[in-house]
Design a protein around this ligand. Structure first.
Ligand SMILES: Nc1ncnc2c1ncn2[C@@H]1O[C@H](COP(=O)(O)OP(=O)(O)OP(=O)(O)O)[C@@H](O)[C@H]1O
Ligand SMILES: CC(=O)N[C@H]1[C@@H]2OC[C@@H](O2)[C@@H](O)[C@@H]1O[C@H](C)C(=O)O
Length: 389
């Protein structure tokens, strides 16, 4: 056992993430043994164009009735091919800029979640692992890295939520910080999730509610641009607290972790209760940002101790209005990933690089306290350079 651990040296790992905000492919490289991060390499985002985004949005709609995770009705087959091609193009651009990293050992490929219903033991990430592994071999030259994809399926099959998976990476990062008390790591993408870390105890984690998905959809409908850049609209608006109270009256917020969400879990709920049609763009953006902050804060009563501070990553870490609302509703300082030496934009892709390395080495990627899986579990489908799975 000791010998195995000693021989686990840090190797280059790339993570590929296409998140719920449907904004592009994140690529990030780290050097890791699956337990600690020996070095951070570069990270890049390769944005989707409007046609890609529209196709992925249709894929989410066409996935709504899925009962079989292998089925690809409607535009799902086309979307999977396009998504895989976009990932290959992203890797081509990445290796063109960083040819010194063509010797990467392992690639973690998240794919795109099009449906997430863990209560029905169903989570669907489109993305063709073997096809991407083959494309990778051409890009790097033979033998090519090992590719790990479909990282959520084993957890859901075992009765877990299948998400969030980033907590074990948050734990590795927080171990590198000087600590005074429990830390709350916030991942503010389309959906928000938190990891609570207190010393060596297993991380406690869950999705908390929307982060930017509702803001993006609202801004898109009002302005044509799917973002409240730097929280400018929200900063100029007034929060409709009565709407927040109505929206917080949802059973999800009373459920303790672990728990997870589909991207569009609150779409109908918010459409029916927020009264956004009667609000200005600024007031609507402010109210939706406050909803994100309130839903993150709603997790506090479910945690063993009050965190001393929070660290925010994901695209929402670029929204100062949202960060100020979070600090106010959480009642604790909220630092950005950059402020502690991490990267808001590449952290999730780094996490999938780390998870892929853990999967290769048979280490658990999910835990009873993060996904509710009955025992710590590894995951992922491995495509080796020979093409064998
Ligand atoms: N400068 C900015 N100002 C405001 N919001 C921003 C800014 N930059 C990014 N965002 C928000 O962050 C979102 C993207 O975040 P991120 O890339 O972390 O999401 P994701 O990885 O797709 O989602 P998830 O983590 O849910 O899978 C955008 O949709 C946008 O709303
Ligand atoms: C099913 C799915 O893809 N969930 C995503 C989504 O985006 C954020 C949140 O909801 C989180 O649960 C998860 O992604 C992160 C990366 C995770 O698994 O940790």
């Amino acid at each position: 056992m000791a010998k195995t651990l000693l021989t686990m040296k840090a190797l280059k790992a790339i993570g590929l993430m296409s998140g719920t905000s449907l904004d592009g492919v994140d690529v990030a490289l780290i050097e890791t043994d699956g337990k600690t991060v020996a070095a951070f390499g570069p990270g890049r985002t390769y944005p989707y164009d409007a046609a890609d985004r529209a196709l992925l949005a249709r894929a989410l709609e066409d996935a709504r009735g899925l009962a079989d995770r292998a089925a690809r009705p409607g535009v799902l087959g086309q979307a999977e091919q396009r998504l895989t091609a976009r990932h290959e193009a992203a890797l081509a651009a990445f290796f063109q800029e960083f040819p010194e990293h063509r010797d990467v050992a392992v690639v973690g490929f998240h794919g795109q979640t099009v449906l997430h219903r863990p209560e029905e033991r169903l989570t669907v990430q489109i993305g063709d692992g073997p096809a991407l592994a083959q494309g990778l071999r051409t890009l790097t030259g033979p033998p090519g890295p090992t590719l790990v994809h479909d990282l959520r399926a084993a957890d859901v099959a075992a009765g877990g939520q299948g998400a969030p998976l980033v907590p074990v990476y948050h734990q590795a990062l927080v171990r590198g910080l000087p600590q005074a008390g429990p830390v709350l790591v916030l991942n503010l993408g389309g959906v928000a999730n938190i990891t609570y870390l207190d010393g060596d105890a297993d991380p406690i984690a869950c999705d908390t509610g929307p982060a930017n998905a509702l803001i993006d959809d609202f801004m898109s409908a009002r302005t044509g641009a799917p973002i409240d850049r730097n929280g400018a609209a929200a900063a100029a608006g007034r929060v409709d607290e009565a709407a927040i109270a109505r929206l917080m009256d949802h059973p999800f917020f009373a459920v303790p972790p672990p728990k997870s969400l589909d991207r569009n879990a609150f779409r109908e709920w918010v459409a029916a209760r927020a009264g956004l049609d009667g609000l200005s763009t600024e007031d609507g953006a402010a109210t939706l940002a406050a909803l994100t902050a309130a839903t993150v804060a709603a997790v506090l009563p479910h945690l063993p101790r009050r965190p001393a501070l929070a660290i925010a990553a994901g695209g929402g870490a670029h929204n100062p209005t949202l960060l100020a609302m979070l600090a106010a509703r959480l009642g604790m300082p909220v630092y950005t990933a950059e402020e502690v030496g991490w990267s808001s934009d590449t952290l999730e892709a780094q996490a999938f690089a780390f998870l892929a390395m853990r999967a290769l080495r048979g280490l658990p990627i999910s835990f009873p306290t993060t996904t509710g899986v009955p025992r710590p579990l590894t995951g992922g489908v491995v495509t080796r350079p020979s093409g064998a799975q």
